[in-house]
Design a protein around this ligand. Structure first.
Ligand SMILES: [Zn+2]
Length: 256
């Protein structure tokens, strides 16, 4: 009969074997997914060495001209840099597709609608567009990145695009109406190599005129409570920019 120490040693051995097996399964899954995406682009001619692309992240408050900022960057790239740029915009329903990104005064650029909960569809669309024009894009743009979900899938998609040599320009809301991180936006800082690649845009407080970092949601003209849904698409009728002093959030839970 084995002693108590023998039983303990055997249990540790079994546990270690189980952990090793699980690690191998996870490792295999990661690599299969990764190889799938790489092979997606393998039909395109490319050099022996593909330099990793760069991420530029434009994030900030509502009414801070985020979309206007990326429209300016895209036009500069296209006009003066002769770069090929593909723009994606998230939709939750393709039937209501908008097909464009638009700034506050109506200036717009054509964009490809991408289902918000299927961000990886971007890979198929990029391949198809590139096959049609016979060359690769230089930059892939995503507007309103906070709506893409799950955030981890969008993060990995961005990493794959960078590894494949594309530059990525992403724009999104940093904080939701609760003043909390909104979707993937803040996480994308993890793919930047320098804070110079990050632009943080504020608006002006609708109450006092100071720099405003928070989107104040209004419900029938008064601040919406904390327990309202995170996503409620709207404009000036249901949101205004506010500074930290003027921002109100009824029902805000206390840190404990
Ligand atoms: Zn204020």
């Amino acid at each position: 009969m084995p002693g108590l120490s023998g039983i303990c040693a055997y249990s540790v051995f079994v546990l270690r074997m189980a952990l090793c097996y699980r690690a191998r399964v996870l490792f295999a899954k990661e690599n299969v997914l990764s190889l799938d995406i790489i092979s997606f682009f393998s039909t395109h001619p490319k050099g022996d060495f593909m330099e990793r692309g760069k991420l530029r992240l434009v994030m900030g408050n509502m009414f801070a001209n985020k979309t206007g900022t990326i429209i300016h960057a895209i036009e500069t790239m296209r006009t003066f840099g002769h770069k090929k740029v593909l723009i994606f915009t998230p939709t939750t329903d393709t039937r209501a597709g908008k097909g464009a990104i638009k700034n506050y005064n109506g200036q717009s650029l054509r964009a490809v609608d991408l289902l918000a909960n299927r961000p990886n569809n971007a890979l198929r669309i990029i391949r198809k567009e590139e096959a049609g024009m016979g060359s690769k894009f230089h930059t892939i743009v995503f507007d309103e990145v906070q709506f893409f979900s799950p955030p981890r899938v969008f993060y990995r998609l961005t990493d794959e695009l960078l590894r494949l040599g594309y530059d990525v320009l992403a724009s999104g809301l940093r904080l939701d109406f609760r003043g909390e991180p909104f979707g993937v936006t803040l996480s994308l800082v993890g793919l930047c190599e320098s804070m110079q690649q990050v632009t943080l845009l504020a608006s002006y407080c609708a109450k006092c005129g100071n720099p405003a970092h928070l989107p104040q949601r209004l419900l029938n003209g008064v601040p919406a409570p904390y327990l309202s849904p995170q996503v409620k698409v709207g404009g000036k009728e249901s949101y205004e920019a506010r500074c930290y002093d003027c921002y109100e959030l009824p029902g805000r839970p206390r840190a404990s």
